[in-house]
Design a protein around this ligand. Sequence first.
Ligand SMILES: [Zn+2]
Length: 478
Amino acid sequence: MKKLIRNAFVVSVDPAVGNIDGADILIDDGRIAAIGRGIDAADAEIIDAAGHIASPGFVDTHHHIWQSIIRGITTDWSLGDYLAGIRMFIARLYSPEDMYVAQLSGALQALHAGVTTTADYCHNLNSPDHVEESIRGVKDSGARIVWCYGFNQPPLSNPAFPDFRARADYLVRTARDHFTDRNALVTLGVCPEESGFWPDIESGRAQFESARTVNARLFWHANSTRNAITGTPNVDAGRAIDAGLLGPDTVLVHMNSATAAEWRQVADCGCHVSITPETEMQMNMGWPVIGQTMTHGINPSVGIDIISNNSADLRFQLRLLLQAQRWAQTADKTGVLSSGVSLSAAQALTWGTLNGAQALGLDHMIGSLTPGKQADILLHDMRGITTAGWDRSQPEATLLLQCGIDTLATVLVGGKVVKSGGRLVADEAEVCRKAEAGNARILDRIRDNGGLRRALDENLRRYIKPSDETGRAVYSYS
Ligand SMILES: [Zn+2]
């Protein structure tokens, strides 16, 4: 069935289409068939969008969706606390059932916030059942997801995957069982362990090679820590590039302490970068690297990172990044009255849409309202008190700085309506009930295992320590 979105203010994020007031969008077989004024489609279902802005769905390039049921736990934590408290402790307490409900509720809250596509860095796959339930959760949500098979696992006394080979074999099976259709809503990525966990470079090479064996895109935490003793950069990306591990299929996440030489290497390699401003600034990873990416012609995109810290609304991350960088670029003129700002809100909207699609290798399908692309579309109702009197000359800025989840009335993914009248189409009450139950189970297990404070103190001593004074790693299982 065709759909016709009628009479919207279209913000396309496609220079060839531009912004059009009073435009229609024709959707046929899940794709955008046409955009323009006065489209005639007598056989189409009509979606009246008068008084609405139509824009492409947001694209989040870094999100650990599995943490959706431990909401807000890390809000006053550093990165060391996070590694000790979640990666080394709470991660162990998740059952496959917990993974399912976290994945489902997390992907739905992304849709509710207008994030139609998410790169899900799923690095808590403690058993084959955790893998299966994680995939089932995101597939049940109706969101577009690059679901990434993580090679990390927390310290387990009796791990279901006893070694790398077992985990790599299960990746091959996962690709065969779940990801044979490259045009499906949920596709496959891989996230190798951080280099601090590699005993040697060959360990890293095996992880990157296993991803390429199954044609998966790569997502990798890099350069977010420094050597704890010397303070020198860990040069994660530079070493990986020297070893031939990175390429245009790689999304580097964070990169805050990358050196000038590494930035040149990353640009030459054609890698993409995902920036998560809220966790990076809170957790002392460093200043977000939007300036370096633009200077070196590298594609920057933006991620939520963790619901255990901040909300699923990508708009907050884009605004934080935009304003932080505006300040940084004029820091030497602080207090001087001058005209204009260094970055536009329209640029920031592109980071969260088209650039994200490029990072995921999906820009031929999503990231802008363009005929031929998938109909991943947001409709913001501009007629309420939040946006009355909005500036028609700057719709991109309005979308980022004025709109919010409360103005987001309708969301489509691949032409299918997943949010309507401001409410999810899915059974939200039932999913929330399951998420609350999952949250309660995890909190019970935290208490039964000695509590969070004790785990933080013990694990900080035990795991979060320099393992190599040359600067290769700052944390270790040893
Ligand atoms: Zn992350």
